[in-house]
Design a binder for this molecule. Structure first.
Ligand code: ZN
Length: 452
């Protein structure tokens, strides 16, 4: 520790000397990268393991460079963030959001006809900021306009705009008339227009291979497809399997050939199991399962992404007339069954679960309300937190940089006022958010951005 402080002092001294010299020569040869010392009252650096007591995280250039027991004195020139009365943990990861979906569902239904891409993009910018402000430093977007989501993703990546790290699918791949067919329920002229331009619908394995390749060419980092019907599509097709084995296999194999993971939207048992047999890396919703389905999850090692808050939100919206009539019966069916089935899933040993909310159905920024539902459905808070950190990072293929707070990993850090291991709803009220070393929320208040 002494050696470290000494080194930091030398570095600071070197900087001061260098700055003076730079005034004379105006030719700085190297840049001093400031360090931030984060004092944590308790630190859950590796979710799934026990938390540490008072600890210090040292952050430099967006990464963690030291994790130490006790509250280390910050050297001169370093920034100190005092969270010594807070509980600190890794930034949260939501493996299923739709960042461009508007919280205003009545407007959203007509948006394709009434709003330009620019207007929708502005809504997405705000959603991204609210997501980050809620402590979600990384999200996987499973269905957005490919041009919009890649622009948002890259803008955040370059530090031009504020938001979470995004791992994106493009459009969800779907059979004609399936959950991802944008022509469902449209008047004929609009349906014809949609069908003329849609590149995400496919019927038969050849067409489905092509649909994956097109999504990859448009920037998709993960491939999402609809194995079964869905709650929110405007078609009364139920929630059972709609895609054939050869179509699913073509999608998964083509995604893997491009080094992309494949995830299936699936509610019905038949569709979930067919997707698992086709080799998917995860299943979204997985509403209707039994022991056989869970055995298949264990056998394949695929993640289950529960999205428990989505059906509840959808039922409320459908009852309020904010969703088309075809949605209500499906939403009620899914919401009714979701709760009891998830108790079974969470209790099943060996089934991998990654935190995901389908936010965009529910309101952006409310992502953390999923935690309480998971715990109410039988999961321990410790496991629920692990599902939103270590496990979600694994599903996203980002374990090297995310999921835990260890030396070399990204400084994606959040804090809450009291232990979420005892009260998981603490995560609905994060007091501190840092992403890649940049502070976005401090003392419970959103910080001005950009920081400089
Ligand atoms: Zn979704």
């Amino acid at each position: 520790m002494l050696r470290h402080i000494a080194a930091a002092v030398v570095l600071v001294a070197g900087f001061i000397g260098h700055a003076a010299q730079a005034q004379e020569t105006a030719a700085p040869a190297q840049t001093y990268v400031p360090r931030t010392y984060v004092h944590a009252g308790a630190l859950l650096d590796k979710p799934g393991q026990a938390p540490r007591g008072a600890s210090t995280l040292v952050v430099q250039d967006g990464r963690i460079v030291q994790v130490a027991d006790g509250l280390l004195a910050a050297p001169a020139g370093a920034r100190l963030i005092d969270l010594s009365d807070q509980f600190v943990l890794p930034g949260l990861i939501d493996a299923h959001v739709h960042i461009f979906s508007d919280d205003d569902k009545t407007a959203a239904r007509l948006e394709a006809m009434t709003r330009g891409a620019e207007t929708r993009f502005v809504v997405g910018l705000d959603n991204a900021r609210r997501t980050l402000d809620a402590g979600f430093t990384t999200v996987r977007d499973l269905g957005s306009d490919p041009a919009a989501i890649t622009a948002l993703r890259d803008g955040i990546e370059k530090g031009l705009i504020e938001g979470p790290t995004i791992v994106n699918a493009g459009r969800m791949i779907s059979i004609s008339g399936g959950h991802g067919d944008g022509a469902n329920g449209l008047a004929q002229p609009y349906a014809e227009l949609e069908r003329a331009h849609a590149v995400n619908t496919c019927d038969g394995p050849e067409a489905c291979r092509r649909a994956v390749r097109i999504q990859v060419s448009q920037g998709a980092q993960v491939i999402k497809f609809a194995a079964t019907g869905g709650v929110l599509s405007n078609v009364a097709g139920g929630l059972g399997r709609q895609m054939f084995d050869d179509e699913m296999k073509a999608i998964v194999d083509t995604a893997h050939a491009f080094g992309r993971k494949a995830t299936a939207h699936a509610h019905g048992k038949d569709g979930i199991e067919a997707a698992l047999r086709a080799g998917v890396d995860s299943v979204e919703h997985a509403t209707f399962t039994d022991a056989e389905t869970l055995a298949l999850f264990r056998q394949t090692g695929a993640y289950l992404v529960p999205t428990m808050i989505a059906p509840e939100a959808a039922v409320a919206q459908a009852r309020a007339g904010q969703r088309p009539p075809a949605v209500l019966a499906k939403a009620e069916e899914a919401a009714r069954i979701a709760f009891e089935k998830h108790i079974e899933q969470y209790a099943a040993p060996g089934v991998k679960i990654a935190f995901g909310t389908d936010t965009g159905v529910s309101a952006h920024g409310d992502n953390a309300t999923e935690f309480k539902m998971m715990v109410d459905a039988g999961m321990t808070p410790a496991r629920a937190i692990r599902s939103a950190t270590v496990d979600a990072a694994d599903l996203l293929g980002l374990s090297a940089s995310l999921g835990t707070l260890e030396v070399g990993k990204s400084a994606d850090i959040v804090a809450v006022a009291a232990s979420p291991l005892e009260d998981v709803t603490q995560l609905e009220r994060v007091t501190f958010v840092m992403r890649r070393g940049v502070v976005h929320r401090l003392d419970g208040a959103r910080q001005p951005w950009p920081a400089d």
